[in-house]
Write a protein that binds this ligand. Structure first.
Ligand SMILES: [Ca+2]
Length: 109
């Protein structure tokens, strides 16, 4: 079935799969990522887009900011806030690059 997915649908599946990859399976708390697993995810999966992923203090600060209900774990909604936080500046960057390309003399016409 996944073969017929569009690029966007595949990207959504990747984002959802990535969350469940780091969910603590042996924990009594279901469907949430522990702090240590979240730190692991930052280092392994987001080390090009986020700086300081190996810095424990910076990672803990990020977890604190995302942990909306202060239970010390990252739910799917809280994880999604992180994804939004990463993609929003990326969208701005892509828009800026497109504007610069349009303004360059001799650019594509
Ligand atoms: Ca939480």
């Amino acid at each position: 079935m996944a073969d017929c997915y569009t690029e966007l649908e595949k990207a959504v599946v990747v984002l959802v799969d990535n969350f469940y990859k780091y969910v603590s399976r042996h924990s009594l708390v279901k469907n949430k990522i522990s702090k240590s697993s979240f730190r692991k995810m930052l280092q392994r999966e987001l080390n090009h887009m986020l700086t300081d992923t190996a810095n424990r203090k910076a990672a803990d600060k990020l977890i604190q900011d995302l942990d909306a209900n202060h239970d010390g774990r990252i739910s799917f909604d809280e994880y999604w806030t992180l994804i939004g936080g990463i993609t929003s500046p990326m969208a701005n960057l892509i828009r800026q690059q497109e504007c610069q390309q349009e303004q360059q003399p001799g650019g594509s016409s």
